[in-house]
Design a binder for this molecule. Structure first.
Ligand SMILES: [Zn+2]
Length: 473
């Protein structure tokens, strides 16, 4: 099988658009044409590590790489992303026909992050200067950290990790207009509010994301596709700091990609470990294999991951901020014309077990209907993150204590959930810069625990969300 795609190598001033071919066949050797053998080995070593991070195995076949016009060892890092996409096609993860219309650029880190191998300023200028020379047939252009932003795509279309490209490249290409599309990740330096202010409305979700980021509370976002769950998560990840890791592994990576694995006598950490001090975003959460999801319960609680395999054991620690996203039913349409039956919806919800849901204190309903803006600007959110002491003890008013008691006795029996509600109410008070918890803080806290209420996982529960009931107030 032969897979063909394109790479953009800006240092080749006269021929920046480079054709990349990979042939896979029976055997075990590597042949190269148009590229130094040692440079190809170095590039494949990076790609191999990045693919392992996605849980994608290396093609156990003879590979022939052909790059035309020929690239030097210094130029080959710009071809990493193209080569990795070609190898994903060889492994059946991407349709090879799709790739022939894609040009990409950039180097991969061992964890699969997309990097620009040259000085940052060179990317925008080189892309701009070569815009007019794009070969016929390229419909989609992928690259990291470009300051030039697509006019065709919203922020969903920016990519910073190989998993993101893998998950989306087919969809992006289907949406691409006949003209060339620039698809880039947003560079922090070029954007003081990374995606946050571009997202209209969702004021409640943004406020809770700030509060959750401050305390590193796991968040579950639910809503139909395309309303900006991923964009919100990506933007919120920057609340932790500009240089923190962001990992968004794909469900096909399974438990190995999420938790780690054991390869050739070496333990390989998974996304949860690699996201230490940063953000782990788990999109399509019900699509993850059940063992991977359920393993999260323990490691989210303890911050420690013990991997036991036949080859040996490994112990890792991580304080990754876990954000997950899901649809509320198999068709994903929710209020806007759901076609699922009640039992289909019930079965879908039950993929996420009650003990697992309990590990997510904050449930956000992101369905595009919240038109309110966050009460703080992006800069004010960052300032609040810095200024507020999450450890400082707060005083509870009598009314707040009464409201809490009412809910605990009637609605929340699990001790873990009871502790969550106290924390959420206090988080809300801190968000309002108060040292006193009011009954309205308790109500707002309870408002984001809807998946954990009785009925959510129950077959007799209403088919669609009526989560924001005020039954206790
Ligand atoms: Zn549905």
């Amino acid at each position: 099988m032969v897979v063909q795609t394109w790479a953009f190598v800006p240092t080749k001033v006269n021929h920046p658009w480079v054709n990349v071919e990979v042939r896979a066949e029976q055997g075990a050797i590597l042949r190269t044409s148009g590229v130094p053998y040692s440079a190809a080995l170095a590039s494949l070593a990076r790609i191999r590590s990045a693919l392992q991070g996605l849980g994608v195995s290396w093609p156990g076949r003879a590979l022939t790489l052909n790059i035309h016009p020929a690239c030097t060892a210094e130029e080959l890092p710009f071809v990493d992303v193209a080569l990795s996409l070609a190898l994903l096609a060889v492994q059946g993860k991407i349709n090879p026909t799709t790739l022939s219309k894609v040009a990409s650029t950039g180097m991969l880190s061992l964890e699969g992050n997309l990097r620009w191998p040259g000085p940052p300023a060179t990317q925008a200028s080189s892309v701009t200067s070569h815009h007019g020379q794009v070969p016929d047939g390229i419909a989609l252009w992928l690259g990291p950290e470009c300051s030039r932003v697509s006019v065709h795509f919203d922020q969903e279309g920016r990519a910073s990790h190989l998993a993101h490209l893998l998950a989306n490249v087919t969809d992006w290409l289907a949406q691409a207009s006949p003209s060339l599309v620039f698809l880039t990740s947003r560079h922090m330096a070029a954007s003081p509010s990374p995606g946050w202010t571009d997202l209209q409305g969702e004021g409640k979700a943004k406020a809770w994301l700030c509060i959750a980021a401050k305390h590193r509370w796991p968040v579950m976002m639910a809503g139909p596709p395309g309303v900006g769950k991923s964009s919100l998560a990506r933007a919120a990840s920057h609340l932790l700091g500009t240089d923190r890791p962001w990992l968004a592994p794909h469900p096909t990576g399974g438990a190995a990609g999420l938790l780690g694995s054991w390869r050739k006598g070496q333990p390989l950490p998974g996304a949860w470990v690699l996201a230490d001090s940063g953000t782990l975003f788990l999109d399509e959460f019900p699509e993850w294999p059940k063992p991977a999801r359920e393993s999260l319960r323990h490691i989210m609680e303890t911050g420690v991951l013990d991997l036991h395999r036949a080859d040996g054991s490994a112990r890792w620690q991580s304080n990754a901020w876990v954000l997950a996203a899901m649809n509320l039913c198999p068709c994903g349409q929710h209020e806007r014309g759901c076609s699922c039956t009640a039992s289909e919806r019930t079965n879908y919800r039950r993929r996420i077990s009650a003990p697992l849901l309990e590990r997510f204190p904050v449930h956000l309903d992101v369905n595009g209907s919240d038109l309110s803006e966050c009460t703080r600007t992006w800069e004010e959110c960052l300032a609040w993150m810095e200024e507020i002491d999450a450890e400082r003890a707060l005083a509870w008013t009598d009314q707040a204590t009464t409201a809490l008691t009412l809910i605990l006795t009637q609605g929340l029996t699990s001790r873990r959930l009871q502790a969550h509600l106290r924390k959420l109410a206090e988080g809300q008070a801190r968000w309002c810069n108060r040292l006193e918890v009011l009954d309205e803080d308790v109500r707002r806290g309870y408002d984001v625990m809807w998946m954990n209420r009785s009925g959510w996982l129950n077959p007799s529960s209403p088919p669609l969300l009526d989560a924001h009931d005020e039954a206790y107030f």
